[in-house]
Every structure is written in C-alpha cells, then in structure tokens.
Write a protein that binds this ligand. Sequence first.
Ligand code: BTN
Length: 326
Amino acid sequence: MFMTENKILKLLYDKKDCYLPVQEIETTINISQTQVLEEIQNLKDKGYVIDSTDSGYRLTGVPNLLLPYEIKKNLHTKFLGKNIHFFKEVDSTNDVARELAREGAEEGTIVVAESQRSGKGRRGKKWISPSGGVWMTIILRPDIEPVKAPQLTLVTGVAVAETLDQECGLNIGIKWPNDILIGDKKVSGILTEVETKKGEVDYVLVGIGIDLNMDISIFPPNLRGGATSLKAELDREIQGAELVQRFLQRFEILYNRFKEGEFREILTEWRKLSSTIGKYVEVHKKGRIVYGEAVGVNKDGKLILELDDGTLRKVVSGECIHTDKN
Ligand code: BTN
C-alpha cells in the first residue's frame, strides 16, 4: 500500500508544474481508478494539498511532517534512514525502536513520531513531546565494546549541533554530556540506550528530541525550564523533513568515523562546540553534588573538573548545571 502511495507521490512531484491525468497514474502504476481515488484521499488525509480538476491532479502543498517519503526524497546516505517507521503518536520512539530491534530491524532503521504520549528524558525524566518537534530514534548495531556505547551520545551531539548551527546560525553549544543549547537554553536532548547479548552490543537506540516548531509556552516550567525551540528563536517555521535529512547525512559520516576508531578526533569537534568547558559547574548525581570548573573532557568523554582545592576530578555521568562560582 505504501509502495503505491510513494509511486503516486513520485509522479505528482515529477509533474509538479502541471496536472497529472488520472489515466496516467492508472497505467504507470497499474492500478484501478478507484484505487487512485483512495490513494489520493489518503495523501490528502496526511496533509498533502492536491488540487483536482478534470485534467487530473496537481501537488500544491506538502505537510511539514516527518513523513518517510519527504525524508527519503533527497537523502544521500548509504544505510541511515533507508527504513523509516512513521507514527502519528506513540508512547516513546525509543520503545517502538526497541521492539523493532528485538525483531531484528537493520542498522540504520529509524522511528519517528509526530508526538509522544510518554517521551523519556535522561535519568528517568519525562520529555514533553507535542506535535511540532522532531522525536526520533535510530537503531544502530556497532561492533564495539558495550562500555564505549555511551560515546555515541557525544557523537550524536556533534551531529545535532552542527546541523542546527548550519540551519540557524544561532549561538549553538553543547552542555556536557548531551544537551544542545541555543545560548543558555536547551533546544535538543539525546537519550542513548544499549542492549547487550552475551557481553556484546546487540543494539544501541539513539533517541533524539529537537524542539523545532513549537511554542515554548506549552512546557511547564518545572519540567522543561530553560527550554527553547528553533521557531521561538528564529520567529519562523523550519521544514522538519529537510532538517532530519541533513542531520542523518552528517550523523552517518560521523558514525562511520566513530566505528573506524576516530572518537578522539570527533571529541575535538565536540570540544569546539562545548559551552561547558571553561564554566563553573555543579554536577548532580544520586543526590550528591560536585562543584568545580570544567577544564576539559578526556579521551573517553568524561568531564574533567578542577575542584575548589585545585585537584582534578573526572566525572563519568550526571546532570551538569552551568553556574556562577559565588
Ligand atoms: C534528555 O533528557 O535530554 C534526553 C531527551 C531525549 C528525548 C528523545 S525524543 C525521541 C526519543 N524518544 C524518547 O522517549 N526520548 C527520546
């Protein structure tokens, strides 16, 4: 069914400047007139604007949704995004991706949703995910030691930050380990989950949330205080499918480099984008707080703090807050 829909979309795109006769659709795809009518109605239901006259159909508007056809249309990747599962609403794209991964979904398979009922943030937090955002999970099957899987969060952070930087040219930074900021407000987060089998990585789920075309007033201050969206910052809507396309292309390059052992080089890019290094921070973990100046990240992506007594401390994980020393 999707195949037919995609074929009709291709014909409509190819003939965007004129009307596509119904008969041409019937003969090219080898379907009946009733099927054509049904498929055109399905496309309209998805938000495509299709003008119909006696001369046939013409595509005049495309919905700003992360529809697989729109993402794949001009996608230049080898494996990322070749399989895209789109849902109007799910509990969490990470959970759907987990099911697919368990059933054997290939590396590079993607799950996207228009909204999430119970989006998950890091450290058990809720992630508010109304329509207008990018809520997406990528299934990866890297041949790496499980301890190295969290490094993928930093790799993904670089790809998201570079994509957003290219898109909006605003002051994009990364707060360790994986919050993408515009100025000091969070615009995107990454949740990486790893599944192992017999001590080896079976699959990694990289969940990415980007606050794209939404009004930030919808966030309750206690849940997503300090959050912003691209729309709020730029005062215009962004085409989500094109942004996802650019992200996938950037991420595939970085991911391939990561698999070839270039994590150190990618960290150099991360450091350039970091808005944490050089700041005085608090890192919260399991009710304990460590204070210090963030002086760097080591080769594994651990944060290095210079504590008030001058000693250095490596921090593996935790919630990092940029703060003032006094
Ligand atoms: C964070 O706390 O910063 C991580 C947020 C990750 C949110 C994304 S949205 C898509 C994917 N599905 C989820 O339930 N969470 C991640």
